[in-house]
Design a binder for this molecule. Structure first.
Ligand SMILES: *Cc1c(COP(=O)(O)O)cnc(C)c1O
Length: 364
């Protein structure tokens, strides 16, 4: 009967700080959410239609391997459908990769300002996370390689990275891979691949195809389907086999599978989103640069803006919020208290955000 006798989480679980999502406006407010890198153009109308149609079959279990979705991805990206595993968001796949390849005594390596989910899934698997310093908010290949020990099992690399927006070019990622032992898994998380405009970037498929220790993870969340929770990964057969053994047997729901398949094939919508993003990302970067803030050059659908201190960043956050624009604070979750991450939104939102930040700057 002792209150001390109760189920106990595995060691380390209660040391994990929960993921802090981007804030939304107060319920009922019509605040514009620029805190979670969502699509400002909604979802692909074809994806929406496919989802509505699938909603007529809710009593039937979905096909468990997401075959229709894998085939659509394979067609559009020139892949073998058997090299793809789909997930309930890419978060599902990242968790499965951690659970499969990390355990007690192992280490996973990531860059200091890498995606905040990586430490959570690494520790949840019982392993330790090794955080490696960056050079001016960019992953540093030499530093990452220098952090590898005999305990290292996984390298987590978001490319482009969230929340910084910076990227490593294809040659740098290849150099990172070339410096790793073949028993270390390099996870290339290309969540923002669709938004990259840099000519020297690669999503990482050539590395996946040529080696036994590289996987690429992708998501539909940043392309208009965040609520549907669809992610996918491509890897060598032995990794795909291992992940398929432990993933949920019906881990992607039917409406999501159908919406995803339609969205991949809706090249025109993808292109519209890319063009909108490239235009307003460049515009916002140019507008804000040259004031008392610095915009870190981004290849994603957000920019990280650095202010002269944490207080200014907090003031900017509040001024924007008071005007109805919710952006992402990156102090507590990422250790960048003088920065804010701002998603690329509608033209109206971008113009308003630029005006507000510039006028704040002028009145200091
Ligand atoms: C948003 C994001 C994801 C995606 O997550 P989902 O679970 O697919 O919504 C994965 N990695 C990075 C780096 C991200 O920013």
């Amino acid at each position: 009967m002792s209150h001390l006798l109760r189920p106990t989480p595995q060691p380390g679980i209660l040391d994990i700080a929960p993921y802090l999502p981007g804030k939304s406006g107060k319920p009922g407010s019509n605040a514009v959410k620029l805190s979670a890198n969502e699509s400002p153009l909604g979802a692909s109308p074809k994806a929406l239609a496919a989802m509505v149609e699938a909603a007529g079959r809710l009593e039937i279990y979905p096909e468990g391997s997401s075959r229709v979705l894998r085939e659509a991805l394979a067609d559009v990206h020139g892949l073998d459908p058997d090299s793809i595993v789909c997930g309930n968001g890419s978060d599902d796949l990242l968790h499965l990769l951690a659970q499969t390849y990390l355990g007690e005594g192992d280490e996973a390596v990531m860059n200091r300002y890498g995606f905040s989910v990586y430490p959570i899934i690494t520790r949840a698997a019982g392993a330790s996370i090794v955080m490696v310093e960056e050079t001016d908010y960019r992953a540093d290949v030499d530093a990452l390689l220098a952090a590898v020990t005999e305990r290292t099992k996984v390298i987590w690399l978001a490319n482009p990275n969230n929340p910084t927006g910076t990227y490593l070019n294809a040659a740098e990622v290849a150099r990172l891979h070339a410096g790793l032992r073949p028993d270390i898994l390099l996870v290339i998380d290309s969540a923002y691949a669709e938004y990259v405009t840099a000519a020297d970037y690669s999503v990482g498929l050539e590395l996946v195809n040529a080696h036994e220790n590289v996987v690429m993870v992708r998501t539909f969340s940043k392309m208009g389907l965040a609520a549907a929770r669809i992610g996918w990964m491509v890897g060598p057969a032995h990794v795909v086999d291992a992940i398929n053994r432990i993933r949920g047997p019906f881990n992607v729901n039917l409406p999501a599978q159908m919406a995803g398949a339609a969205a991949v094939r809706d090249i025109e919508f993808t292109q519209r989103l890319r063009e909108h993003n490239a235009h307003w990302r460049a515009w916002l970067t140019a507008e804000l640069s040259g004031n008392a803030m610095r915009v870190v050059p981004s290849q994603a659908n957000f920019v990280m803006v650095l202010f002269d201190g944490a207080e200014t960043a907090a003031r900017a956050f509040q001024t924007l919020a008071d005007a109805g624009y919710i952006v992402r604070e990156i102090g507590a979750s990422y250790g960048i208290p003088h920065g804010l991450r701002i998603s690329i939104g509608s033209e109206e939102a971008m113009r308003a955000v630029a005006d507000i930040l510039k006028s704040m700057d002028a009145t200091r």
